[in-house]
Design a protein around this ligand. Structure first.
Ligand code: ADP
Length: 486
C-alpha cells in the first residue's frame, strides 16, 4: 500500500474527549493507519477538557483570523502514540466547561453553527496547505455532521485532496436556520436542495453526503439500511442517489483493553484453552449482583444506554416470561428515568432472577463480560455496536437483533452454521419480543449440550475484530476516493 498523508477530522477523539462511538474510532483508526506507515494528522477543536487533559501545553504553530475570530493551531500528540493532533484553538468558541455540543441545561450551545463553521473553515485551510504548515494531505477524512461543511467548501477548490465522509450515526445532522448559513458567509450557490439546504434549513451533514468522493458508514448492513425510509432519517433519497459511492466498514475494537487473557479487572483471567476459569468470574458476578450462585444456570447480561434504540422496552416486556425460564439476568446501564425505574422495580419483584445496577461503570462492564454466559442486544437500530464484539472475545454468546452492525458481526447458531463451525451467537429473526424470547430459548437449549456450547464459545473467541483489519479496509477506501477525485 502506498503511504499517504491523511488529515483525519473529528469533533471528539478518545482519550482526549468522548461522548460516543465516534471518539473511539477517532482514537483508534489514526493510530492503526500510522502503524501501517501512513502520515496521519488528526484535527479537532481545543475544548476546555481537551486542554486540561494535556500533560504539557500544546505547541502553537500558527495564528490566523477566521470569520471574526482569532484562531490558533497548536499541536500535541495522541496519548500513547506518535500521531500528531492539531488543535483548533479559539477560547471564545471552545473553551467552555462540559459537553462539546450541549450547555449545562442539556441544550445545544446557541452558537454551534459558528463553532463548527469556524472549525470547518480551519480544516479547509489545512487541507489546502494555506496555514503555512508545509503539509498537504492526499486524503481528507471527515466524520459526522461536525465536519460535513468541509466537503462542500473543498468542492470548489482546484487541485483539492480526495475526500471521505464517515457516518457514525445518521440521527445527528447538524441542522440550523438560514441566518446561520448567512453568518458563515457561504456562497448562495450552496443554498439549494441538492446542496446544503434541507427543507428551508441549513444542514451540515449534507455537505458530506453530497460532496464526498466516498461515503461510508460503520457497517455494511447499516450502509444498506440508511437508504430506506425506516433508517434513513430523511436522507434516504440522497443516499440512494449516491449509492455507488456508499459502503460500510465495521469498526475495530481495542483488543488490548478487551482481552480476557490479560484483563486485570477480572477476578480470573482466562482464554479459550482454560474456559473453566470463566466460571470463577460467573460466581464473582452472581455474588456482586446478589443472585444465587448457581453454576449451571444460564446467566444473561445487558450493558447499555437505557434508551429506546437499544430495545429496552422489548426487554421489559419479556421479563415476566423470561423469569419463568432457567436463567438469571444482570443489567448495567443508565439513561431514561422511566426505563431505570421500571428495571429497578422488576428487580425487586424478581429478586432471585434479575439484578440491576443503574450507573456507568467501566470496571463492572468488564466483569460482566467476563462472568456472563450470554449478552443481550435487542437493538432497534445499531450503526455498528461494540458490545457484541467484546462479548465474543470474552466467550459471552451474543443474542442480537438482525440490524446494522449486529447482523454483520454475529453468525447465527443455526444447525448448518454449528455444523460448519462458523456460528458465534444467536441472531433474532426480527427486532421484536417474540423473536427475543425465541432466541433466548434456543440459547437455553444449546446450553444444555455442554460440548456444543463450548465449541460455540471457542469459535466466538477466535473472531478477529482488530483495528488492523478495519484499517486495511479504510486504506482501500482512500485509494478509491483518490481515483474518484475529479
Ligand atoms: P452506543 O455507542 O450506541 O451506546 P455501542 O455498543 O457502540 O453503543 O457502545 C457502547 C459502549 O459503552 C460499550 O463499550 C458499552 O460497554 C459501554 N457502556 C454503555 N453503557 C455502559 C454503562 N452503564 N457502564 C459501562 N459501560 C457502558
Amino acid at each position: 500500500m502506498i503511504a499517504r498523508r491523511i488529515l483525519f477530522c473529528a469533533s471528539e477523539v478518545y482519550p482526549l474527549i468522548k461522548t460516543g462511538g465516534l471518539a473511539d474510532v477517532a482514537g483508534s483508526l489514526p493510530r492503526a493507519l500510522n502503524k501501517a506507515g501512513h502520515d496521519v494528522h488528526i484535527v479537532m477543536p481545543a475544548y476546555q477538557s481537551v486542554l486540561k487533559h494535556l500533560k504539557r501545553p500544546a505547541k502553537v504553530l500558527v495564528e490566523t483570523g477566521v470569520q471574526d475570530y482569532t484562531v490558533r493551531i497548536s499541536q500535541t500528540t495522541l496519548p500513547g502514540s506518535r500521531v500528531p493532533v492539531l488543535l483548533v484553538d479559539c477560547p471564545e468558541l471552545y473553551d467552555r466547561p462540559g459537553n462539546p455540543y450541549l450547555d449545562d441545561q442539556g441544550q445545544p450551545w446557541p452558537d454551534n453553527a459558528m463553532r463548527f463553521g469556524v472549525f470547518n473553515r480551519m480544516i479547509l485551510a489545512l487541507a489546502m496547505n494555506r496555514c503555512g504548515l508545509q503539509w498537504q494531505p492526499h486524503i481528507v477524512h471527515c466524520n459526522d455532521w461536525q465536519t460535513g461543511l468541509v466537503l462542500a467548501l473543498l468542492s470548489s477548490e482546484r487541485k483539492r485532496p480526495a475526500t471521505v465522509f464517515t457516518i457514525h450515526n445518521l440521527a445527528y445532522q447538524g441542522v440550523f436556520d438560514r441566518s446561520a448559513f448567512e453568518q458563515l458567509n457561504l456562497s448562495d450557490y450552496l443554498w439549494h436542495y441538492e446542496r446544503l439546504e434541507y427543507h428551508d434549513q441549513f444542514s451540515f451533514i449534507k455537505g458530506g453526503l453530497v460532496y464526498a468522493d466516498r461515503i461510508n458508514t460503520v457497517s455494511p448492513n447499516y450502509a444498506k439500511e440508511i437508504q430506506t425510509s425506516t433508517f434513513g432519517h430523511g436522507m434516504q433519497g440522497l443516499l440512494q442517489h449516491r449509492a455507488d459511492r456508499l459502503s460500510g466498514i465495521i469498526n475495530g475494537i481495542d483488543t488490548h483493553t478487551w482481552n480476557p487473557g490479560t484483563d486485570v479487572l477480572l477476578a480470573h483471567k482466562y482464554n479459550k484453552q482454560h474456559l473453566d476459569d470463566k466460571l470463577e468470574n460467573k460466581r464473582a458476578l452472581q455474588k456482586r449482583y446478589s443472585l444465587p450462585e448457581k453454576q449451571d444456570m444460564l446467566l444473561l447480561a445487558v450493558i447499555s444506554r437505557l434508551v429506546e434504540q437499544k430495545g429496552i422496552d422489548m426487554l421489559l416486556a419479556v421479563l415476566p416470561d423470561l423469569v419463568k425460564r432457567p436463567v438469571q439476568l444482570v443489567v448495567l446501564g443508565s439513561g431514561h428515568k422511566l426505563f431505570e425505574s421500571a428495571l429497578q422495580a422488576a428487580s425487586q419483584k424478581y429478586s432471585e432472577k434479575l439484578s440491576v445496577h443503574i450507573g456507568y461503570d467501566e470496571t463492572l462492564s468488564h466483569q460482566i463480560e467476563g462472568g456472563a454466559d450470554v449478552f443481550l442486544m435487542p437493538s432497534r437500530f445499531e450503526p455498528c455496536g461494540l458490545n457484541q464484539m467484546y462479548s465474543q472475545r470474552y466467550g459471552t454468546i451474543p443474542i442480537v437483533s438482525p440490524v446494522g452492525g449486529l447482523f454483520d458481526t454475529v453468525v447465527d447458531a443455526s444447525a448448518e452454521n454449528l455444523q460448519a463451525q462458523t456460528a458465534t451467537g444467536f441472531v433474532m429473526q426480527q427486532a421484536n419480543e417474540q423473536a427475543l424470547l425465541f432466541a433466548i430459548d434456543r440459547a437455553i437449549d444449546l446450553y444444555q449440550q455442554p460440548e456444543q456450547w463450548r465449541s460455540l464459545v471457542k469459535i466466538a473467541m477466535q473472531q478477529d475484530f482488530s483495528w488492523e483489519k478495519s484499517a486495511t479496509a479504510y486504506e482501500q477506501l482512500y485509494e478509491q476516493a483518490l481515483r474518484d477525485n475529479p
